[in-house]
Design a binder for this molecule. Structure first.
Ligand code: GLN
Length: 248
């Protein structure tokens, strides 16, 4: 029987707008298929051994929480996270957690917060926040039955820019995404997936949730081929009705 271990990093500090919903979606979608899931919460001062996990999750946090965890993140867990990224570990990082994986964040009021430098990207704060429901499209999810559209909710002042080697997660159809300028949203580097979309990301976009589960299972089990289908009545209803509301 397959089994996955998920690590929620700083769940008490990085969990904006129900980001934990992404973990619940991963867990439920695995359990519906008879795949066991363990979730571990690792926060300030806890020992972090990336090898013990198959998926590592970082949620969003305001500038205040990002500063609060900076020391623990850089000095206690940084090396472990950078190595895990290099070694193809599956990550999902949302908003503030996405920014943390980059090299730095210059806040809108001029503070420079050094981050992990695990991914070649950086964030610069602007006065105006980018808030709202948004839609983007992911080429890697497109198939005969799915147009690759993802619906989410964003709320950030940081504008993120991707350096060489990092690909965007998707193209913006409506909303701001990474910086409101270049038309891209999120980032992909090796098996690290980053998005500005908060807690409703995986619950409302089951194709993306299944993609992450599949790459984690492929990494762990050489005989894994594909996930069995699920009904997804509610997920599809939530996804389709939001897309309709946002782009008509
Ligand atoms: N502090 C970051 C910003 O405002 C992230 C906020 C968030 O995670 N929603 O850009």
């Amino acid at each position: 029987m397959y089994e996955l271990s998920i690590c929620h990093l700083y769940p008490d500090l990085l969990n904006l707008y129900g980001d934990r919903g992404n973990i619940i979606a991963l867990k439920m979608r695995c359990e519906w298929r008879g795949i066991n899931v363990n979730v571990s919460n690792i926060s300030l001062g806890d020992k972090f051994d990336a090898e013990a996990y198959d998926i590592i999750f970082l949620g969003g946090g305001q500038d205040y929480e990002q500063e609060m965890i900076q020391d623990d993140l850089l000095n206690e867990k940084g090396e472990e996270i950078r190595n895990a990224v290099k070694n193809d570990k599956v990550f999902l990082a949302i908003c503030g957690g996405y920014q943390l994986l980059g090299s730095y964040y210059k806040t809108w009021d001029g503070k420079e917060i050094h981050f992990l430098n695990a991914l070649n990207l950086w964030t610069i704060g602007g006065k105006e926040r980018m808030i709202g429901n948004f839609v983007f499209e992911c080429d890697f999810l497109k198939n005969d039955n799915y147009d690759g559209k993802i619906v989410g909710f964003e709320n950030h002042s940081g504008r993120t820019y991707l350096g060489q080697g990092v690909k965007p997660l998707g193209k913006i159809i409506k909303g701001y995404g990474n910086n409101g300028e270049d038309g891209f949203e999120g980032a992909i580097y090796k098996n690290v997936y980053c998005s500005y979309s908060h807690g409703s990301l995986l619950p409302k976009n089951p194709a993306l949730a299944d993609h992450l589960i599949s790459i984690a299972l492929k990494q762990k089990y050489k005989d894994f081929v594909s996930l069995s289908p699920t009904k997804d009545e509610f997920e599809t209803l939530a996804h389709d009705s939001m897309i309709k509301r946002i782009i008509g």
